[in-house]
Design a protein around this ligand. Structure first.
Ligand code: URA
Length: 204
């Protein structure tokens, strides 16, 4: 029960973590967002998928990847044979960052400081779930997970060993497909995701 949780109560479970996250004020993003969006999925998931930050739909629903980017992700997971409800799905940053354009809330990428402030929550999720394999969806997740200013091109196509023994696979973000106007380029991005998620599945 979020309301009854003492701010300094120990965090022993994903539920504790989600409750604590609701009152996070480590960075100013909590001011504009509806709510913090914690990761979702089984606490013993062998696979963790990490996106960038909640979008408009996720901010309202309080759940990760439930909007258009989630539809792309679900499609690619299905094609790869990965069951989404066996994976833990989360984001590098837990609050939605946006700018208002009329009534529309347009996504803005989190900056390095916001990612760094939110890294504590991602580290806790990793510590509690202890997945065998983590997939970074996009460069923000890859940077949050490695703590380095890496690029997608340098990281894609290989399996990386993280310090705690977890294996890391990096692929592009599903929203990159949605933004891509060129059909051939979009096909290529989808092909990348299929190949990378297949690699991740083989590591499980
Ligand atoms: N994009 C993300 O990175 N995460 C979500 O949860 C939704 C869209």
């Amino acid at each position: 029960e979020a309301g009854s949780r003492a701010a300094d109560a120990p965090i022993r479970s994903l539920d504790d973590l989600a409750a604590a996250g609701r009152s996070c004020t480590r960075c100013p993003l909590h001011c504009g967002a509806t709510q913090a969006v914690p990761g979702a999925g089984p606490g013993d998931a062998p696979l963790m998928l990490v996106g960038e930050q909640p979008g408009d739909h996720e901010d309202i629903a309080g759940k990760p990847f439930v909007g258009p980017a989630g539809d792309v992700l679900n499609d690619v997971l299905r094609e790869t044979g990965i069951l989404r409800d066996r994976a833990f799905v989360t984001n590098a940053v837990k609050h939605f960052k946006f700018e208002l354009r009329g009534r529309r809330r347009l996504h803005r990428s989190p900056d390095a400081g916001e990612v760094a402030h939110c890294q504590w929550w991602l580290a806790k999720e990793l510590e509690l779930v202890r997945p065998r394999v983590v997939v970074a969806l996009g460069v923000t997740a890859a940077r949050a997970l490695t703590g380095q200013t890496v690029t997608l091109n340098a990281m894609r196509g290989a399996v990386h060993d993280m310090a705690d023994g977890t294996q890391l696979v990096v692929t592009n973000h599903p929203s990159a497909l949605l933004r891509q106007r060129n059909a051939e380029a979009a096909r290529q991005l989808r092909g990348n995701m299929l190949a990378d998620l297949t690699t991740a599945r083989r590591c499980l």
